[in-house]
Design a protein. Structure first.
Ligand code: BES
Ligand code: MN
Ligand code: ZN
Length: 459
């Protein structure tokens, strides 16, 4: 369990009273007169995220109240660790099991810091939460660790998070959970028929790779995760402008997220056979870079005309998905920072997902709601696949005009997943543009808490 949690109260435990706007007057009435007066003096109105610190007669922190506003945001509790000083806190009053579980998880999620490159300052000890009754602290910790792993990997800049370092991170995770990791690097990708991973990554001095991790009972149902691992996306010869390139260290966000999800799955010991496939490449510029107009062969055998070297993610994913689908897993999920168009459609906070399977889509939406990990289904609108036609190859990697770019990218991927019984593709941003209460700007886990909930229900 993370040190953010303790299992029981003692004499120094500080109460936290959750108060919503409707309950404010009732709560004030139930408090000692001095505390109620202090709340009024401090203009505590139970606004969402508002924190009231109530001193004792000798000026120490005696109790706190936490404003829930109208009470609609189950992750609001992320704001607390930052707002409170060091100490041990316990949530007062009755909560449903769901509310308590989300509160504890949110507490952990809000405690994240990324300090690798900062001069060490004497940081205050992190506040600790007494686990609310009935909450599985190990599970909350596991989820938070998975999220933190994803964030750390994304936040680490490309000079320190190249193909080698991303492999090392996968190896460390595999080692921790007793998983097997197989790596193909450089020319070996050609010998083992991953031509598009090789083509995208070959212009970098840091050669491309395919990471292949397996874990669990070989006879259990198969779940395969595929994550886009572009350690930096310059756009290639179709070079991105400065604005577009600035954040492209995060283009391995899909890989980071599937590793975070793998941590949750393996840590929980779910009864499934896990495979994680991560195609890793740096989309760089050099004399030997792949070019617009080149035609690549793919693992599947389809020839792909390169309309744009900046649509590199779908190329490396296609080869990995072909391999993943060939085993006919029960579930095949891919996560990728695939298109700017997904952001145009839904903004940075809501990843679209695509699946031909209506039942899976419904389950995913329910899980997404239950754990407050937003997702929204977009259609695999087959008529748009016509835009991917090429005059001289089997398929083009982009469409002309670029309308519905997130959908056409998903339709491109779909050409390579034949065989998978149930496939879903998640086009994630993997980044918080702005800091919010309990949310740091920077790398972010997206879709994996919902997926973990789905897999936990099923296995
Ligand atoms: N990694 C980018 C997509 C991206 C850009 C995600 C910005 C999040 C924020 C991807 O490789 C890319 O460059 N996609 C192009 C595709 C286009 C050339 C068809 C895009 O979205 O502009
Ligand atoms: Mn790109
Ligand atoms: Zn990219």
């Amino acid at each position: 369990m993370l040190p953010l949690f303790v299992s029981g109260r003692d004499a120094r435990t500080i109460p936290v009273w959750p108060v919503d706007t409707a309950g404010l007057e009732g709560w004030l009435a139930a408090q000692p007169a001095t505390a109620a007066a202090w709340a009024r003096t401090s203009q505590f109105r139970a606004q969402a995220g508002q924190v009231l610190k109530i001193p004792s007669a000798n000026g120490e922190l005696a109790a706190t109240a936490f404003g829930l506003g109208e009470g609609g945001d189950p992750l609001l509790w992320r704001a607390l660790p930052e707002a409170l000083g060091p100490g041990t806190y316990a949530i007062e009053g009755r909560m449903t099991e769901d509310t308590a579980r989300m509160a504890a998880l949110a507490w952990a999620l809000g405690s994240y810091r990324y300090e690798r490159y900062k001069k060490p300052v004497k940081a205050d000890a992190q506040p600790q939460l007494v686990l609310p009754d009935g909450v599985d602290g190990d599970d909350a910790s596991r989820i938070a660790e998975g999220v933190f792993l994803a964030r750390d990997l994304i936040n680490t800049p490309a000079n320190d998070m190249g193909p080698q370092e991303l492999s090392d991170a996968a190896a460390a995770l595999a080692q921790r959970h007793g998983a097997a990791l197989h790596i193909l690097a450089g020319e070996a990708l050609l010998h083992h028929n991953y031509p598009m991973i090789h083509a995208v990554g070959k212009a970098s001095v840091r050669p491309p790779r395919l990471l292949d991790m397996r874990w669990g009972d070989v006879n259990a149902p198969r779940v395969t995760l595929v994550g886009k691992g572009v350690v930096f996306d310059s756009g290639g010869l179709d070079l991105k402008p400065s604005d577009g390139m600035r954040l492209m260290k995060k283009d391995m966000g899909g890989a980071a997220n599937v590793l975070g999800l793998a941590h949750m799955i393996m840590g929980a010991g779910l009864k499934l056979r896990l495979r994680v496939l991560i195609p890793v490449a740096e989309n760089a510029v050099a004399g030997n870079a792949f070019r617009p107009g080149d035609i690549l062969n793919s693992r599947k055998g389809l020839t792909v005309e390169i309309g744009n070297t900046d649509a590199e993610g779908r190329l490396i994913l296609a080869d990995a998905l072909t391999e993943g689908a060939s085993e006919q897993p029960e579930y095949l999920f891919d996560l990728a920072t695939l298109t700017g168009a997904a952001r145009t459609a839904l903004g940075a906070e809501i990843p679209p997902f695509f699946t031909p399977d209506d039942a899976l889509a419904a389950q995913l939406s329910l899980c997404s709601q239950r754990v407050a990990d937003p997702l929204w289904r977009l259609p695999l609108w087959q008529p748009y696949a016509r835009g991917l036609e090429s005059g001289i190859a089997d398929v083009n990697n982009v469409t002309e005009g670029g309308m519905a770019g997130a959908i056409t990218a998903a339709l491109f991927l779909q050409k390579f997943v034949e065989g998978a019984r149930v496939w879903a593709h998640f086009d994630i941003y993997a980044w918080n543009a702005k800091a919010g209460p309990g949310q740091k700007a920077g790398g972010e886990a997206m879709a994996i808490r919902a997926l973990y909930a789905l897999l936990r229900d099923r296995f």
